[in-house]
Write a protein that binds this ligand. Structure first.
Ligand code: SER
Length: 277
């Protein structure tokens, strides 16, 4: 599948599950002093999530252009050093505002990856929030139980507050999350080292591909958490990483998201692009 086909298949899948497909919001944020640039698909829905704006569509999906170059989610130091972080990237996402919750979000993520895209089930690991006693947050047993129906138990890993409690910024909507990681190493390497030991360890071929956030709180300026008026699903999948997985590449830059641009640069500069793998 081409990158264009992959993006469309995501939108078609969630449209078939009753989601309204909406456009990407602008990357420069005008009305929110807590954020300079769009850093996640959920930004444009912040006021709906907080209950300040009415829910227009309870189910929404889109592909959002994001910039993570400053603030809480800043990938700038990684860009140019690895194969899977970008200053600007696209985030595929689906949302439920007070409608479905964990069971459907997890089941549909799994269905899309393994049945629509037919990615190998044995290459996936998932994480669930281990809890954080200091804030009275318990382990996300509910998400773990849902995953247990879909993947073997040894592929369900606990994750800490840093990795598995997603917050938009210092204040704003937040909640425990469940990440889906994919192991793109070749079979020899997979046989030698268990992929479960490489999750969240900066291995360029064992990477997070999709984050499912179960928004339940608003982090207030004084640091406390208050419950949201509605439970919200906020998911975000790295489009360029997904293209790498589907197209069997070892770097985002070798997918057709980037190769036409790189070819054009070769033409203009007269220099050859060399892939070092
Ligand atoms: N907001 C979450 C993230 O950016 C999921 O979309 O990872």
């Amino acid at each position: 599948m081409t990158a264009k086909e992959i993006r469309q298949s995501f939108l078609d899948f969630f449209e078939s599950k009753g989601h309204k497909i909406v456009p990407s919001a602008p990357m420069v944020i005008k009305d929110d002093p807590t954020l300079m640039f769009t850093n996640a698909g959920m930004n444009q829905f912040k006021n709906i999530i907080l209950g300040n704006d009415p829910i227009k569509y309870p189910r929404v999906a889109d592909s959002q252009k994001c910039l993570r170059v400053s603030g809480k989610h800043n990938d700038l130091e990684e860009v140019g050093h690895d194969t899977y972080h970008h200053t600007m990237f696209e985030m595929l996402g689906n949302w439920s505002f007070g409608d479905y919750f964990k069971a459907e979000a997890i089941a549909w993520a799994w269905e899309y990856l393994t049945e629509v895209l037919k990615l190998d089930k044995d290459r996936f690991y998932v994480t669930v929030f281990e809890g954080y006693a200091a804030e009275g947050l318990s382990r996300d047993d509910e998400a773990a139980e849902i995953w247990e129906k879909l993947v073997p138990k040894n592929r369900i890993l606990n994750g800490n507050k840093k990795d598995n409690f997603w917050e938009m910024g210092d204040t704003g909507p937040c909640g425990p999350c469940s990440e889906i990681h994919i192991d793109l190493r070749n079979d020899d390497e997979r046989a030698k080292i268990d992929g479960a030991t490489l999750v969240n360890k900066d291995n360029p071929l064992v990477i997070e591909i999709w984050n499912n956030v179960f928004m339940q709180y608003n982090r207030k300026a004084d640091g406390t958490l208050e419950p949201l008026p509605n439970k919200v699903i906020d998911t975000g999948m790295g489009f360029e990483r997904l293209c790498m997985a589907v197209q069997g590449k070892k770097s985002n830059y070798d997918t057709d998201v980037f190769t036409p641009i790189i070819k054009e640069i070769e033409k203009i500069t007269g220099y050859e692009y060399i892939i070092k793998n």
